[in-house]
Design a protein around this ligand. Structure first.
Ligand code: TYM
Length: 349
């Protein structure tokens, strides 16, 4: 049973402090991915955690991916992780499909999760839209594979942007049901780590929509591979309102576009929103936007330059992912074996 100790310590007593997180190689990296996820991944790598980071290629194919694009995007994402500061000597870095235990545990979790739980997943509803009969079965069971990604390592902490919160709640529900069904305290209840000024970076064209790699308008997002000119142009054209910036955070209420640009500034500068407004309060957007684009270019240009350099040696990227996958399999294999045993599968010697 889930014991009281685990209930009071959500990450689970007795588990190694281990971080897992993943990003889909389903298009280019955006500023949303960087500020909402990767920046935190790098910080956690330097803290007191074992860190495991993944390109979730099996998740990406829940919607159609051209095979050549998928290969390219997977390598580019690896380059993006490394250029942003993920050090393969400190973190395990690999692509999901090289570690078969993810899909294997995903199957077990398909048999643990309930249809009712899955039907409530807002990301599925958003992605399927009116096309529900025609989307892949994989898109529906996406969150059980995500739970497997995390739990196959007994990960205790999962840094993500706000949009993944519901999936992480489901991951905890699956862990708790498994533990309860089999009367064993086996899977930790992993804790979401949703922190910082930019856990939900919004579209530059519409402050009510998330910045996303799948938005048809390229002007809605900053891509990590954008040139300095692109970044400056997109920020210059970003939707705003006519008022000056307020001098404290409360003044951003009902001003989604203004809030978004201030949040982005705060996250890039490692400042709080109040600190940004103490400096920039009272300024018009015509003054604030150039400040923001200078800051964005200063922070992002070194990353995109390094990504381009790394992309010139694809064999080296593939080698790094191979080493990461081997290390990942070494952690995942015994946890999967034990799971099979708990479930009642015969394991021949
Ligand atoms: P994905 O690939 O959509 O996004 C990767 C990470 O970036 C964050 N993110 C954002 N954060 C702030 N503002 C935004 N506009 C923004 N857009 C994206 C996401 O929250 C995420 O942290 N299901 C996951 C991938 C996944 C995963 C996992 C994550 C698969 N297995 C296990 C954690 C643990 C996804 O689609 O992320």
């Amino acid at each position: 049973m889930v014991d009281a100790d685990q209930a009071s310590n959500p990450a689970g007593a007795g588990f190694t402090k281990r971080v897992f997180s993943g990003i889909q190689p389903s298009g280019g990296l955006t500023l949303g991915n960087y500020l909402g996820a990767i920046k935190r991944f790098v910080e956690m790598q330097e803290e007191d955690y074992e860190t495991i980071y993944c390109m979730v290629d099996l998740h990406a194919i829940t919607v159609w991916q051209d095979p050549e694009d998928l290969r390219r995007n997977t390598r580019e994402l690896a380059a993006g992780y490394i250029a942003s500061g993920i050090d393969p000597a400190k973190s395990i870095l690999f692509n999901q499909s090289q570690v078969p235990q993810h899909a294997q545990l995903g199957w077990i979790f398909n048999c643990v999760a309930r249809m009712g739980w899955m039907n409530r997943m807002t990301q599925f509803k958003d992605k399927a839209g009116k096309n529900r009969e025609n989307v892949s079965v994989g898109l529906f069971s996406y969150p059980t594979l995500m739970a497997a990604d995390i739990l196959v390592y007994h990960a205790t902490h999962v840094p993500v942007g706000e949009d993944q919160k519901q999936h992480l709640e489901l991951t905890r529900d699956i862990a708790a049901k498994f533990n309860n069904d089999f009367g064993i305290d086996f899977f930790p209840l992993a804790e979401p780590v949703i922190e910082g000024a930019a856990t939900r970076v919004m579209s530059l064209r519409d402050g009510s929509k998330k910045m996303s790699k799948s938005d048809p308008s390229d002007a809605s997002r900053i891509n990590m591979t954008d040139s300095a000119e692109d970044i400056a142009r997109k920020i210059r054209k970003a939707k705003t309102d006519p008022d000056a910036l307020p001098s404290e955070a409360a003044g951003l209420e009902n001003r989604p576009e203004a809030r978004n640009l201030v949040n982005i500034y705060a996250a890039l500068a490692d400042m709080s929103v109040d600190q940004v407004l103490a400096e920039a309060g009272g300024r018009q957007f015509s003054q604030f936007k150039p400040m923001l684009s200078d800051l964005a270019v200063a922070k992002l240009a070194p990353i995109s330059t390094e990504m381009a350099r790394l992309m010139q040696d694809q064999a080296e990227i593939d080698r790094i992912l191979g080493v990461g996958a081997q290390a990942a399999r070494e952690i995942a294999a015994p946890i999967l074996d034990r799971t099979y045993e708990i479930v009642g599968m015969i394991r021949s010697a």
